[in-house]
Design a protein around this ligand. Structure first.
Ligand SMILES: C[S@@+](CC[C@H](N)C(=O)[O-])C[C@H]1O[C@@H](n2cnc3c(N)ncnc32)[C@H](O)[C@@H]1O
Length: 372
């Protein structure tokens, strides 16, 4: 937290924006905490630096007997991430801010406390979430404008904004946000490719010509805006479980250690995604005990499976099908990344061009990464 936000943090307690039941999001643990049943535990989590899930499956009912849903769809973001993004936003007195993804309303309250509630508008796509946030904000004494709607459209009637803060992950930056921001204004958003659910925060500065660009400031994991979630099913690609007749078979010398990681913030996942767009992936253990990387083309039916053979690494087998050779693309992307000296997230940047194209660059704008 930068010192300018510390008094605001003290003035706007996170607990005022949390529901009765919370699901603290801690890797590898299944937690659910009720304020009524265990107030001490509830308060402990309210002031722990973790994201707290507040809604599953867009508000759909939990399956009978389940203590959680399948997909986390709303949360109170991790406090350190909130304040790091607020620092990136570099607000100034009187700045007019649009927030995308109201969630619990905590962020909208922090912005209201800093800038005045008349300068803050927030858009939330989920009716129940928006209503709960409005009530929590009012109870805490803040009345920023909370609008129910599609955040990708921004909020044109209050534009232009000095700042836009996006608190849901984005794979494609909508031109509307750039158009609704004043030249010189800043848009801070979690952006990521299709390959992984990892994002990196990017700080875009809007230029006079209607483009916007800037560097990534670090990796995060945000739930995605609804229309940009990625989903696929094995059965869409390999319907009967057998390799199709046109499967291409080869070997690779890349190892599991090169491209498979347990670190949810690993740069390798992010970079493979930058260079291999339109491709999602998962990793699993095959019945023979080998780690397998599966790749799925989202815009065509291309697929690939690589069975890593740690005992005989130069003989790891690769199976690929469809118009793209996704493993070959991933391998080329990995080798490119190594040649560049394995740059981290912060060495990359993003430009949204005047005609809405997204260009990711390494080092300086214009040095666009060689995406396939
Ligand atoms: C991580 S939460 C936001 C956290 C929030 N800023 C806070 O302070 O608690 C992400 C929110 O984005 C919302 N959302 C998802 N897609 C959206 C969209 N297209 N437009 C507006 N809100 C969206 C979700 O419903 C969810 O409430």
């Amino acid at each position: 937290m930068t010192p300018d936000w510390a008094p605001v943090y003290d003035a706007v307690p996170r607990e005022l924006f949390l529901p009765e039941v919370l699901w603290p999001s801690v890797e590898g643990r299944r937690l659910v905490v009720s304020k009524t049943d265990d107030p001490e535990e509830w308060y402990r989590w309210a002031y722990t630096d973790v994201p707290l899930i507040t809604q599953w499956d867009d508000g759909g009912p939990l399956r009978a007997g389940a203590d959680r849903g399948d997909l986390a769809t709303s949360s109170s973001s991790m406090p350190s991430v909130v304040f790091s993004m607020l620092a990136d936003l570099s607000v100034f007195e009187g700045a007019k801010v649009l927030e995308i993804g109201t969630g619990t309303g905590w962020c909208a309250a922090l912005l209201s406390a800093r800038l005045g509630e008349d300068n803050v508008v927030s858009v939330e796509i989920d009716e129940e979430v928006a209503e709960t946030a409005r009530k929590a904000l009012a109870a805490a004494g803040w009345h920023p404008k909370v609008r129910l709607g599609e955040g990708l459209q921004g909020m044109p009637e209050r534009a232009p904004y000095d700042r836009i803060l996006v608190t849901a992950g984005v794979r494609e930056v909508p031109c509307t946000w750039v158009r609704q921001t004043r030249p010189g204004g800043v848009i801070v958003l979690p952006w990521g490719p299709d390959f992984t659910d990892q994002n990196a925060v990017v700080r875009l500065v809007v230029a006079g010509d209607g483009s916007a660009g800037g560097r990534f400031t670090g990796p995060v994991r945000f739930m995605h805006v609804r229309s940009q979630r990625v989903s696929w099913a094995f059965s869409d690609y390999l319907p009967d479980g057998d390799w199709p007749a046109d499967t291409r078979e080869s070997t690779t010398t890349l190892t599991e250690a090169d491209v498979v990681t347990d670190d949810p913030f690993a740069a390798v996942d992010f970079v493979l995604g930058l260079l291999v767009p339109g491709c999602s992936h998962t990793v699993g253990r095959s019945p023979s005990g080998k780690q397998t990387m599966w790749l799925f083309g989202l815009r065509d039916r291309s697929w690939a499976a690589t069975f890593f053979d740690e005992e005989n690494p130069s003989a790891s087998r690769v199976y690929q099908g469809g118009p793209r050779s996704l493993w070959d693309e991933v391998e080329a992307a990995y080798r490119w990344w190594v040649e560049q000296g394995r740059p981290g997230h912060e060495e990359f940047g993003l430009t949204v061009t005047v005609d809405g194209r997204q260009e990711v660059w390494l080092g300086n704008p214009g040095e666009t990464v060689p995406a396939h």
